[in-house]
Design a binder for this molecule. Structure first.
Ligand code: TMP
Ligand code: ASP
Length: 243
């Protein structure tokens, strides 16, 4: 049984604790929500629990499809036991539909379906505002080797295929999402979380946003949207047109 020891990190949405197993960590998912590099702050009641459960379900799904993740087990509704990874200073965004910063960057209306998925990389550097970078920058910065960079890209696309069809069956369009990778004994694994904080999910019937954009853009019914995604992931609500 894993025991929670000292806190080693507090992020915007999670606290990370050491455990009695030096190769493992416990991630405690918080209700705190931030946006725009932490400039907007708030709380989404129940978010920690919802995101921990959704992340656990998605990590299990990905593992079943051969994707290596840091997930070990959900200890309770907001504490997740994981492998300890050496995290890479890059965020990987995969997009199927134009939205958010891509729509702004290339002058597309939100909602335009992309010809094929777009993979983007962002350098995790708060002081620089997490700028967009490419594979050459990742190599130059020594974040990953060339073969790791291509593995990251391919894994991002594989995760996209798996999650896109999973959410499609739940009546949700996977617009885009963000992944973070780390190394364990030289092997790349998916870390962090996959949740409505890190994905854009639009109801297929109504087009309603079912993700953190409700908080970012003050759209209201934030908690309801997160709960609805969890219910669909657990298979306990009728799919489509519900929200
Ligand atoms: P973006 O359109 O703002 O670049 O966001 C793309 C996707 O990445 C979206 O699903 C939200 C997610 N994301 C995060 O998880 N963390 C972040 O800090 C940002 C900026 C985006
Ligand atoms: N989580 C990021 C922040 O706090 C950005 C976002 O998700 O919009 O700034």
């Amino acid at each position: 049984m894993a025991t929670k020891l000292n806190q080693i990190h507090e992020g915007k949405a999670k606290k990370v604790f050491a455990t009695n197993d030096p190769t493992a960590l416990i991630h405690e998912f918080k209700d705190d929500a931030t946006a725009f590099d932490g400039k907007k702050k708030g709380q989404i009641l129940g978010k920690g629990s919802v995101n921990a459960q959704i992340s656990a379900a998605l990590f299990r799904l990905l593992e079943d499809h051969g994707v290596k993740t840091h997930f070990r087990e959900l200890l309770d509704d907001r504490n997740m036991l994981t492998d300890k990874l050496n995290m890479l200073a890059v965020e990987v965004v995969v997009r199927n539909v134009a939205a958010g910063s891509l729509a702004k960057r290339i002058g597309y209306e939100e909602g335009i379906k992309l010809k094929k998925p777009i993979v983007e990389f962002y350098y995790k550097r708060d002081d620089l505002g997490d700028p967009i970078i490419n594979e050459d920058h990742i190599y130059e910065l020594g974040i990953a080797t060339e073969s790791q960079i291509s593995e990251i890209r391919n894994t991002g696309l594989k995760v996209n295929n798996i999650l896109k069809s999973f959410f499609d069956e739940l009546g949700l369009t996977l617009v885009d999402f963000k992944l973070e990778f780390g190394l364990k004994d030289g092997q790349l694994k998916l870390g962090d979380e996959i949740s409505p904080d890190t994905c854009r999910l639009w109801d297929k019937e109504t087009g309603e946003k079912m993700d953190k954009d409700r908080f970012r853009r003050d759209l209201g019914r934030v908690e309801d949207a997160y709960q609805e995604v969890l219910s669909r992931v657990k298979g306990i609500t009728k799919v489509g047109g519900k929200f």
